[in-house]
Design a binder for this molecule. Structure first.
Ligand code: GLN
Length: 489
């Protein structure tokens, strides 16, 4: 019974969990308890822990685990994610658990329903451990913008885990969860995955339902998995992908079998390498690791060719105009009336709105509401917002032209490995510029992923980014698996 659980190692995979439960060497309950014990031992912020979880959902988790154990006991076939302990980024609704989005303004808010992605995971047998820390309203790249305090990088405790899904990446890297859900608007799944040395997948826009996601920028927001292995990510995507009548932007395109696709060899696939992703500001150690990975893909039979993405240099400013514009609109719903915090200082209705927003939002969120309101305002709309939309179309066209010649595009995920906590906290511009390799795929709506591809001399993880065509996660994941296999060698 205790076989697997006493031997739980960091980085347990979905398949190891399932095999343990199916073979009766452990139980879903024991695995859930073991993960809660690890969280209790290593996640407490007060004791210098990781601080990846903001809330635990023990009752719900253990009830689900007991159901899985009943199935295993009678020898019924187990669902795909049977007994797999998962964590959910706190921007997604999970009934019975608070949803703060890392913000004070949502303190005390309990969503009365489950996000579609959350519901699908649980229906596939996953055990929902709780809610994960993140930058406030998913705005940030370091998790330092959480109103509930930063997350530490399990691979180097004085470093950021990345953001905004910092808790999602850190929880997997620390062995507190086997898989987690993150969200990615401009890099927030891929960049923390790179910083923490785990796998993170940005599905194509529309591939995974956003129902139950607290919106940041609706034309960019996406939900996706963080896992230890590429196969695990493909497995979770098999569960998440598909049309949802509750999200009009979800696509009715048929869903591929992403796990099955991993069986196919990568030999003959065309890998594009964009010169624009290897320019100024790229850390030499990151460059070397990514170049080595590309050489390994070539050795595995891929055809490596240069591609051009000439509008890359406009991606960061374009993203920060569009994302803030949409955020300023989305965040107008937080007014102290319907959800969370309400200032008790105010004497009039309008003072109540203003004071609630002033007390509830943090500095970065306020900065973005101001920026977004500015770029949308009469007189500036054409110069900023409309212009940004036009450039977005050019960035998308860059990718479509490149994907006429290649099957995937490979480059660095981040210009540097994880930086120190506090290092960029007072310099929003430096923080925004570090999103250089992540935001273009977001604007174009294509899929992307980060796979670990080595470490720096200091032992910090390095991630390689693989980008794929719209709705071609299958090919992207195949290349991801080849990168992973080359690492293991
Ligand atoms: N770092 C980017 C930002 O701050 C991306 C955030 C995200 O993807 N949610 O907006």
């Amino acid at each position: 019974m205790s076989g697997l659980t006493t031997a739980i190692k960091q980085g347990l995979t979905i398949y190891e969990v399932r095999a343990g439960i199916e073979g009766r060497s452990t139980t879903a309950t024991a695995i859930a308890e073991e993960h809660y014990a690890r969280i209790a031992a290593g996640d407490g912020a007060a004791s210098g822990g990781i601080h990846s979880f903001l809330a635990l959902s023990r009752q719900r988790a253990l009830a689900r685990a007991a159901m899985i154990d009943d199935l295993a006991r009678v020898g019924d076939p187990l669902p795909l994610l049977a007994g797999v302990p998962v964590g959910i980024k706190d921007v997604l609704a999970m009934q019975g658990s608070p949803a703060t989005a890392g913000s004070k303004i949502l303190a005390g808010y309990m969503p009365p329903y489950d996000a579609t992605a959350v519901k699908k995971l649980e229906a596939a047998g996953a055990v929902l451990l709780g809610k994960l820390n993140c930058d406030e309203f998913a705005m940030g790249s370091s998790n330092e913008n959480s109103a509930y305090g930063p997350v530490r990088n399990p691979r180097a405790l004085d470093r950021v885990p990345g953001g905004s899904s910092g808790g999602s990446a850190a929880a997997v890297a620390a062995g507190f969860a086997v898989a987690t859900l993150g969200t990615d608007t401009g890099g927030s799944i891929r960049q923390p995955a790179a910083f923490c040395g785990v796998v993170g997948v940005l599905p194509t826009y529309g591939r995974v339902s956003r129902f139950g996601l607290i919106a940041f920028a609706s034309s960019l927001d996406r939900v996706g998995p963080v896992t230890n292995t590429v196969k695990d990510a493909a497995t979770v995507l098999n569960v998440l992908a598909g049309e949802d009548p509750l999200d009009a932007t979800s696509s009715d395109r048929p869903v591929n079998d992403y796990v099955g696709a991993l069986q196919e060899p990568v030999a003959g696939l065309r890998v594009g390498v964009p010169a624009e992703y290897f320019g100024e500001g790229l850390d030499p150690e990151v460059r070397a690791a990514v170049e080595k990975t590309i050489a390994q893909l070539e050795a595995a039979g891929c055809v490596v060719t240069p591609v051009h993405l000439p509008h890359t240099k406009y991606a960061v400013p374009t993203y920060y105009v569009i994302a803030t514009a949409e955020a300023s609109s989305n965040l107008s719903r937080f007014d102290g009336v319907r959800f969370g915090l309400r200032s008790d200082e105010a004497k009039t209705l309008s003072a109540m709105y203003k004071k609630s927003r002033d007390e509830g939002f943090g500095a970065e969120v306020k900065r973005r509401i101001l920026l977004g309101t500015y770029v949308l305002s009469a007189g500036y709309y054409d110069a900023y917002y409309r212009k940004a939309q036009q450039v977005r179309a050019l960035i998308t066209r860059d990718f479509l032209e490149a994907f006429a010649k290649v099957d995937v595009i490979v480059g660095p995920m981040t210009p540097t490995a994880a930086f120190k906590i506090g290092e960029k906290a007072d310099d929003p511009m430096a923080m925004y510029l570090a999103d250089i390799y992540s935001v273009a795929a977001s604007l174009a709506g294509i899929c992307g992923m980060s796979v670990p591809c080595g470490t720096t001399g200091d032992g910090l993880p390095i991630g390689v980014q693989i980008m794929g065509r719209h709705f071609d996660e299958a090919t992207m994941l195949r290349v991801g698996a080849a990168v992973e296999a080359a690492q293991a060698r």
